[in-house]
Structures are given as structure tokens and as C-alpha cells.
Design a protein around this ligand. Structure first.
Ligand SMILES: NC(=O)c1ccc[n+]([C@@H]2O[C@H](COP(=O)([O-])OP(=O)(O)OC[C@H]3O[C@@H](n4cnc5c(N)ncnc54)[C@H](O)[C@@H]3O)[C@@H](O)[C@H]2O)c1
Length: 171
């Protein structure tokens, strides 16, 4: 049961990380309140299940850290949504290693920043032209209190989420 039944009537959304957790819940809420959603996620199997659960219009399996894949997905999503992308919920994210900085694996640092920070930028960059063309846009980039306060032993996660907060403020 939704508190605002038609809040998203006529609106369309792309939700990254839409196969799980906060992204899936946000997508379900948008659909329940009258909107149409396309789910993006790395996990193709989970996407299929989430699409049925949420009632998604379309799904795209991709890595948000791949700017070309993100750009292609934005085009395909707009097509599936009658030319509109009104809303972006950028929820895809990973935690990475949780170890002291001197032991932090460089590969894990790079992957966390690539997904949590660069990925958010790629997604915003790809959908904003559709929002501008249609004169409407709302973006929710999911950060974390870790980006505000810093989490012990989670240097990459904390730094990437701080970056998301800064980037979002600059939009
Ligand atoms: N759960 C929490 O307590 C919490 C707190 C603060 C912030 N967050 C943030 O909220 C967001 C969602 O977290 P969650 O708890 O729902 O996590 P989750 O693991 O349930 O969902 C994240 C989804 O992102 C997808 N994903 C991961 N890497 C990807 C990639 N490279 N490309 C595309 N999709 C990818 C995963 O497959 C997964 O479906 C994350 O950005 C997380 O950092 C979560």
C-alpha cells in the first residue's frame, strides 16, 4: 500500500542497483505510485527476478563503471520509456575491503571508486541530456553517512561516498 498513489503517474525512472536492496525498494515504490522504471544492475540473474517483483518496464545488465555501457543503456532506456527519463536513482554500490589503509588492496580501492563514484558520474552524465530535452529531471545519488563521517577501515568506501556527496552538490 502506497501513501501517495499517483505521485509518479506519467513519470519514468532509471534505477541503478535496481536488482537488490535500496534500489529495488525505490523502484517498487515508484511503480506502486504510478511510474514506469528501467532497472540497471550488474547481476543479470537478480535483475530478472527483480523485474517481475517490481513490475519493471525493462532491465539492462551492465557495469556502471563502464561509461560506454552506461551511455548505451541510457539510450535504450529512453527508448523503452517513450523518450523520457524523468528520474535517476543511482543506488548501485559496493563496500569493498574493510581493512586498515596500510593493508588496503589497490585493486579493491580502484573498483570501489570506479563503481561508487565514477559510476554515479557516468550515470548522471548519460541521463541528464534526456532530462534537459524534456524540461524535467530529478536525481537521487545514494551516498552514505560513511562519506560524511568516515567509517573505520573502509577508506575506499568512505572516500567514494564523500565524492558522491560533493558531486551531487555540484549538479
Ligand atoms: N544498506 C545500507 O545500510 C546502506 C547505508 C548507506 C548507504 N548505502 C548505499 O546504498 C546503495 C545500495 O545499497 P544496498 O544496501 O541496497 O546494497 P545491495 O548490495 O543490496 O544492492 C546494490 C546493488 O548494486 C549492484 N551493483 C554492484 N556493483 C554494480 C556495478 N558495477 N554495476 C551495476 N550494478 C552494480 C548489485 O548487484 C546490487 O544489486 C549503495 O550505494 C550503498 O553504498 C547502503
Amino acid at each position: 500500500m502506497s501513501a501517495y498513489r499517483d505521485r509518479f503517474a506519467g513519470r519514468t525512472a532509471v534505477v541503478t542497483g535496481g536488482a537488490s536492496g535500496l534500489g529495488k525498494a525505490a523502484a517498487a515504490r515508484i511503480v506502486a505510485e504510478g511510474g514506469r522504471v528501467v532497472l540497471w544492475d550488474l547481476n543479470a540473474q537478480a535483475l530478472t527476478a527483480a523485474a517481475a517483483e517490481v513490475g519493471a518496464a525493462h532491465v539492462i545488465a551492465l557495469d556502471v563503471a563502464d561509461p560506454d555501457a552506461v551511455a548505451a543503456a541510457a539510450e535504450a532506456s529512453a527508448q523503452a520509456l517513450d523518450g523520457r527519463i524523468d528520474i535517476l536513482v543511482a543506488s548501485a554500490g559496493i563496500t569493498g575491503a574493510t581493512v586498515p589503509v596500510q593493508d588496503f588492496p589497490v585493486d579493491s580501492w580502484k573498483r570501489v571508486v570506479d563503481i561508487n563514484l565514477n559510476g554515479v558520474f557516468y550515470c548522471c552524465r548519460a541521463v541528464v541530456p534526456f532530462m534537459l530535452a524534456n524540461g524535467y529531471g530529478r536525481i537521487v545519488n545514494v551516498a552514505s553517512v560513511a562519506g560524511k563521517e568516515g567509517n573505520p577501515n573502509a577508506s575506499a568506501y568512505s572516500a567514494s561516498k564523500a565524492g558522491v556527496i560533493g558531486f551531487t552538490k555540484s549538479l
